[in-house]
Design a protein around this ligand. Structure first.
Ligand code: 6CS
Ligand code: FE
Length: 300
């Protein structure tokens, strides 16, 4: 398969114009967003929907995430990533297969229909996680494009995936909110440096490889600005797989906990990772038994 987005091949950084649509099938495959919302997503590479979930729904989800966090079997499991330089939990992966409410979440029509509309096809979960960003201790996630990693390390062919982040706590200016560069999804930043073997064992704690160079970052930020998603618990952010984003450390005494569900088109299933790397494990990048998600009869 031709590699349209060559990155981490030792050469200098480069900007490659996106050659994939942002919204597929002109947004006609399903009907969830208004034309204005769809246009805003297409333009910026993300869309914030405030307070989609009720307080009761969010509390139940947060309780389930907390019980996973405190579950000794989960704590010892491969899905847990701890903060760099410490032991506090940073992320739990594959949460949509670990908790009941979290299992229903990707099939909630309020999210699934948006993903089907934007990706213009049936969809499945490529990856899910809860990023806990604990109080006083949650470290940053440096600037990156998820697609750059999913393309190079997971063999995701095209930019036909998106993340749906459900805020389990208020995201404020003080607890490390998700921050995005509007419009950055239109340029693929080819990164410098070679990928070490089993890179995920360190990159999920602190990502040093596959991050954009300062000049490209600055150029895209000067074009699109920076937007922090400060919103109440229960709000939802949809962002394109290639939109540059980061989040700062959390020095506030309140956690910033968000669930991330990554929807991939069934037409965009993973192939062998580009540049001959070994595939990452199933709990980080789904390859087996891929089935299109069916919507729950009613919202979870
Ligand atoms: O490597 C990955 O798949 C993960 N890395 C980051 C920093 N964001 C996306 C994803 O969770
Ligand atoms: Fe990310």
């Amino acid at each position: 398969m031709r590699d349209s987005y060559v990155s981490r091949v030792g050469r200098a950084a480069a900007l490659i114009a996106r050659c994939d649509p942002v919204v597929y099938e002109e947004g006609q495959y399903a009907h969830a967003l208004t034309p204005e919302q769809l246009q805003s997503y297409e333009q910026n590479g993300f869309l914030v929907l405030p307070e989609v979930l009720t307080a009761q729904e969010v509390n139940a989800l947060r309780e389930e995430a907390t019980s996973l966090e405190n579950n000794p079997a989960v704590q010892e499991g491969k899905e847990v990533i701890r903060e760099p330089g410490g032991t506090a939990l940073r992320s739990i992966f594959r949460v949509h297969q670990l908790g009941r409410r979290l299992a229903d979440l990707p099939r909630d029509p309020r999210f699934l229909e948006v993903a089907r509309q934007i990706l213009g096809s049936e969809v499945y979960i490529h990856q899910s996680r809860v990023n806990m960003k604990p109080a006083l201790d949650g470290k940053e996630f440096y600037w990156h494009s998820d697609f750059e990693t999913w393309h190079v390390e997971d063999g995701m062919p095209a930019m036909r995936a998106l993340s749906c982040s459900v805020l389990l706590t208020d995201n404020t200016p003080f607890n490390g909110p998700l921050t995005l560069i509007p419009g950055s999804h239109r340029q693929f930043v080819a990164c410098v440096g070679e990928t070490p073997e089993e890179n995920y064992k360190t990159s999920l704690r602190r990502q040093d490889i596959g991050v954009p160079d300062p000049l490209s970052l600055r150029m895209l930020a000067e074009q699109g600005g920076l937007q922090a998603v400060t919103a109440p618990a229960g709000s939802v952010v949809f962002f394109d797989c290639n939109t540059l984003h980061s989040s700062g450390g959390n020095l506030s005494p309140w956690a910033r906990s968000n669930v991330f569900m990554v929807y991939n088109s069934v037409e965009n299933q993973l192939v062998a990772p580009f540049h001959g790397m070994a595939p990452r494990p199933e709990h980080i990048a789904a390859r087996k038994d891929i089935k299109a998600l069916s919507a729950l009869a009613v919202a979870a």
